[in-house]
Design a protein around this ligand. Structure first.
Ligand SMILES: Nc1ncnc2c1ncn2[C@@H]1O[C@H](COP(=O)(O)OP(=O)(O)O)[C@@H](O)[C@H]1O
Ligand SMILES: [Mg+2]
Length: 365
């Protein structure tokens, strides 16, 4: 039985559908990340699961229960927000134990559980302190601790690390992954940050404009995006997406954009009637010749040395391209270079709808 199941879940605010017919089944113990740009409906989705937002249509099941008529406090979920929402007049211990106190759990038991969770989060010494005396990272731990103490069936996280600086965010990211391994509880995590999604999720759910665009394991989505939106959203640096046209030329398919033109394998473009978008991951572009590959001329416009990697921005006869190379200290701003990319690895999308054009199996001879 899935831990959480959403069926045609929809939320309208006046005329706009913030969440539009979302279907999703989450396994028990799974860490699922909803990821998408601001306004794509992630928070609204989470708030409906938590019972903090009414549902326009569709259903939510937690375990085998349809929770339509179940009050937020009885759903056995705990939500952690971006704003830690700690009670300022209560100590850390009181904040962490508050939900149990409301449930009339005995105070000795509350104290025991609060201390136990505080120990795993390394905030035992902070227990008597007030939230305002803590750093952002410590406050976030308290907010986490307050959720863990309740021992819920499902954790809901809404961008819980967004207010932390980059270094702390990375540290908390790996702590949350470890916490998930330890607790083995179902977690639904919302973020706009695709790197966070890729590194944390067992599966990621890419959302845009209230709709699910794709669901899958991080690398499966990376390798096999189902449309141009997902292709451009997942991955850093972002995939090169080139809008152009394709036409048949002496038995081959020629892709054209501005003054740039090269042949694509027929398998990529069998379904394209004119407008096409092609996608090239930056790491697929090479400054070294690849046999039988697409070759083009470029000029280096920027060089970023990141240490292990070197990122180039190149101008071409068509759109600018971003290339990700292994460390390369030979390249210079202004250099004219040749670029190669294995045509079989280029992705193709319908130029009008953005839908992926799948490689067609070759016809039997
Ligand atoms: N209470 C509300 N009233 C009206 N519109 C809302 C409300 N909450 C969210 N929205 C709209 O719903 C859409 C989705 O919002 P939200 O779920 O917060 O997205 P995300 O969390 O992905 O940034 C946005 O267009 C937002 O403006
Ligand atoms: Mg949000």
């Amino acid at each position: 039985m899935p831990a959480v199941r959403l069926e045609n879940l929809t939320k309208r605010f006046l005329t706009t559908a913030a969440v539009d017919s979302v279907n999703l089944s989450i396994d028990s113990g799974e860490f699922v990340v909803l990821v998408g740009p601001s306004g794509s409906g992630k928070t609204t989705c989470l708030r409906m699961i938590a019972g903090l937002e009414t549902v326009t249509s569709g259903s939510i099941f937690i375990g085998d229960r349809d929770v339509a008529d179940v009050h937020a406090k009885d759903r056995d979920v705990a939500m952690v927000f971006q704003s830690y929402a700690l009670y300022p007049h209560m100590s850390v211990a009181e904040n962490m134990g508050f939900a149990l106190k409301i449930k009339k759990v005995a105070s000795a038991e509350i104290e025991r559980r609060v201390r136990e969770v505080a120990a795993t989060l390394d905030i035992v010494e902070e227990l008597p302190r007030k939230p305002r005396t803590l750093s952002g990272g410590q406050q976030q731990r308290v907010a986490l601790g307050r959720a863990i103490v309740r021992d819920p069936a499902v954790f809901l996280f809404d961008e819980p690390l967004s207010n932390l600086d980059a270094k702390l965010r990375m540290a908390m990211r790996s702590e949350l992954i470890k916490l998930h391994h330890r607790l083995d509880t179902t977690m639904i995590y919302v973020t706009h940050d695709q790197i966070e999604a890729m590194t944390m999720g067992d599966r990621i759910v890419v959302m845009n404009e209230g709709r699910i665009q794709q669901v899958g394991a991080p690398l499966a989505v990376y390798d096999d995006p189902s449309n141009a939106f997902v292709a451009g959203f997942i991955g850093s640096p972002t995939m090169n997406l080139l809008n152009g046209t394709v036409r048949q030329r002496q038995g081959a398919f020629a892709f054209n954009t501005d003054d740039l033109s090269f042949d694509l394998p027929p398998s990529h473009v069998a379904a394209a009637g004119g407008a096409i978008t092609i996608g090239i991951r930056p790491e697929l572009l090479s400054l070294e010749a690849i046999p039988d590959a697409v070759e083009m001329a470029g000029k280096i416009e920027t060089v970023e040395h990141l240490g292990a990697d070197t990122i180039l921005e190149l101008s071409t006869a068509g759109p600018a391209l971003v290339a990700k190379l292994a460390r390369n200290d030979q390249v210079r701003y202004g250099d004219s270079v040749r670029l190669w990319v294995d045509a079989e690895k280029i992705l193709a999308f319908d130029g009008a709808t953005g839908e992926r054009l799948r490689a067609q199996p070759p016809l039997n001879p």
